[in-house]
Design a protein around this ligand. Sequence first.
Ligand SMILES: C[S@@+](CC[C@H](N)C(=O)[O-])C[C@H]1O[C@@H](n2cnc3c(N)ncnc32)[C@H](O)[C@@H]1O
Length: 355
Amino acid sequence: MRYIGNKQNLVDTIYSILGAHGVEGTSFCDLFSGTTSVARFFKQKGYRIISNDILYMSYCLQRAYIENNSSPTFESLLPHIATNNSGKMAGDNLDRVIDYLNSIPSAEGFIYSNYTPAGTYLNPVPRMYFTAENGKRIDAIRAMIESWLLNGWLTQAEYYILIACLIESVSLYANISGVYAAFQKQWDPRAVKRLLLRPIDIIDNGLANESYCQDGVTLTDNIDVDILYLDPPYNERQYAPNYHLLETIARYDDPPIRGISGMRDYSSQKSRFCNRKTALIDLEKIVSTARYRHFVLSYNSEGIMPRDKILEILEKYGRSRVVEFTYNRFKSNSRGTSATIKTVKEQLYILNYGE
Ligand SMILES: C[S@@+](CC[C@H](N)C(=O)[O-])C[C@H]1O[C@@H](n2cnc3c(N)ncnc32)[C@H](O)[C@@H]1O
């Protein structure tokens, strides 16, 4: 999934570096989990995981990928949709439910009315996040999932798995150049294809993983793990406005919206890590209150917290070091029409508590 700071392509390298520095154990906390790429990787390696993020869309992904350990049976749901099903029995039950959701009629709802040109034709600048048809597909699927939950036909895990499937799928059709703060003025070829819901992969590590949706600082009192991993924002760019539409699809709460992009209010989701001063204060709160054997901070050379200030904090609590490695980051221009490669130094700050 396209997400600022997604560590999907880096997590192998991160894992090798941590291994080489003796950072190991059986439990792992991903306090700023985003797409869950890092939490998923360590779950697959057999770690018990605690994951967290301030965004609800991330929480939905966490509940599906991290907390959940079993393929959904949809035991209560299937009898209700079997008669409407095409009769196709192939695949597992998640595939069957996905096939069913892909076959229901489109419906006009909040996404169609606010994020498609047809639904916003009276706006000074009609919004082009989704085609009218895809807006209606999202509304139909999202409303159906909610009605199934209200009818008591879904377990909590099944509910979050379906929402996660929708979040992952929507990202493949959004007419954006990377983030949802703005839509493109021309249709991207991927955005005009008919939206098809896709299943997510379920990971089972047989352990009691936990997922949370809160400010990381407020969670640290309850954390006691071998590895505490932090991957906070590294500049002033807030995540909530950049992913507002995924948040609204996840919540489906018809929020008041404003501006050209139809932004929801995100005042309660502002990250203190997007400000140099408050970032350093919160970093120290986390490092000093959580219990862990190894603390790891993913950051980079362009981050707003200076290296010497970070080390000054970490060194109070144990032996600390920084490992740097280069990473070619693709940076698309504001229209998404071209991309340049920028080499950034990724940093891993490693602290061994009490050494
Ligand atoms: C660099 S991204 C993490 C990317 C993630 N490691 C991945 O691979 O997708 C930073 C994340 O921190 C979250 N965040 C920002 N401030 C937070 C806070 N105070 N508490 C919890 N999460 C926060 C953002 O919502 C965002 O998802």
